[in-house]
Design a protein around this ligand. Sequence first.
Ligand SMILES: NC(=O)c1ccc[n+]([C@@H]2O[C@H](COP(=O)([O-])OP(=O)(O)OC[C@H]3O[C@@H](n4cnc5c(N)ncnc54)[C@H](OP(=O)(O)O)[C@@H]3O)[C@@H](O)[C@H]2O)c1
Length: 453
Amino acid sequence: MSSLPPDSIAERARKVEELITKFSAYVENTCSSNLKPHLDIGTTYTEEPGKGAVVLLTGSTGYLGSYTLSSLLGASRVSKVYALNRKGSRALKERQEASFLDKGLSASLLQDKRVTLLEADLSMPHFGLPGPIFEEMKQKVNVVIHLAWPIVHTWPLERFEGAILGTCNLICFTTLAHNAPNMRFLFGSSSATVLGWDSFSPVPEVVLHDTSFALAHSGYSEAKYVTERVLERASINSTTLRIGQLCGSRQNGAWNTQEWIPFIIKSGTTLKQMPLILGTVSWFPVDVASQVVCEIALSEKHEVYPPVFNLVSPTPVMAQEVIEMVQTALLEQGITGLMVMKFIPVNSWLREAAQYVQAHGPTSVARVPVVKISHAVRNLLAYEKASYARKDIPITDMKEYGRGGPFLTENGKVWSQTFREITELEREDVRGWIAYWDKKGLFNNVVGSKAKL
Ligand SMILES: NC(=O)c1ccc[n+]([C@@H]2O[C@H](COP(=O)([O-])OP(=O)(O)OC[C@H]3O[C@@H](n4cnc5c(N)ncnc54)[C@H](OP(=O)(O)O)[C@@H]3O)[C@@H](O)[C@H]2O)c1
């Protein structure tokens, strides 16, 4: 279910299929001789005894990546981590340390001799790395966790071709590697690839071959979907982690201020009104998610991976309850003073946001940042209308606000103890996010707060 005109949906579906064909051919041609022995991977997985896990992790400077690196270093089974990241304006070690500190992780963890930070370009031959280090990785790596990705919801599909190519090169790396027959490959995809799922039956844990579910308003979801399909065709021991909305860590509340949910909350504090949101949320605390990713990556199970893990929280809560907890935490922490916010329907709320910016000029967008993404939020309404009115079903079968669903989550339960034991979001989580966002200045100049005027 997309809000795009039908001809443009057809055009986008055509482009998606074209890229699946193009990149599948690239993988086949580039790794063909290496792929052949593994095409029939069967149903069991054997591990080389006594070697432990040697992990190639991409995107370790990011939100999930930092917690994943930290979780890997906390696992005794891990004997080495090669953390590959793109070049930046500052040295990689400095960026990694800054990211750890921001997320409440100790930078001293990075002194661990098991970790090697490497600046790399996945789209280049040998990832742009010096020959000896690439050879060493080829000899040693037996797990690839690929999280690096440009998270830009305004890019068209074509701009993600570099990211898709990088993933293809990683697939080829796994087939070239010494441990190829015993390699595991985890791809960090997104539940956005099934945002168009329009049924009340749960999204299964398989790669969906109906392209239309992925055509959910952004090149980002389409590119992730293309990659899921290419990976599936590569027939290596791989899995797609279909990650749902990650939320603030349980360690220090860390949650990027530049995302749609903080945008909504910041805007609410300015408008003195919050949107009335229906449906559920299955948001996953990022540090818990990283632990789940590690348990799947390092599992001692001998089966090959299932094709997909739907990594959304198996214990959803009603969206409106979370928004009310947000309102309470804002009051408790003195951010909104004594202001009690009203709840109004999302459409009217978005209109109020637009009118605020019209009345106060372009610089006021910083106070009502939701206007920057109102198109996306309005699109979410389509799902809301279609799906939330039902009160006759259990909460786990309800639609997810902004994330489609409901989702099957059986594979996570089989492969990860942390996943089985995850508890639902509660007040303490929400307090942590608000405190973190406040520290980051999200609520500066909120009208109503004495401290911050
Ligand atoms: N956060 C969520 O709610 C969520 C939900 C679903 C799926 N996911 C997926 O989970 C993974 C991690 O997400 P995240 O929230 O941790 O994102 P993030 O904080 O933005 O981190 C993204 C990582 O990818 C790197 N990166 C960005 N653009 C790149 C490019 N063009 N080439 C190479 N590397 C690039 C970043 O490097 P720099 O540090 O240099 O920027 C960073 O290491 C992503 O694949 C994302 O799609 C996340």
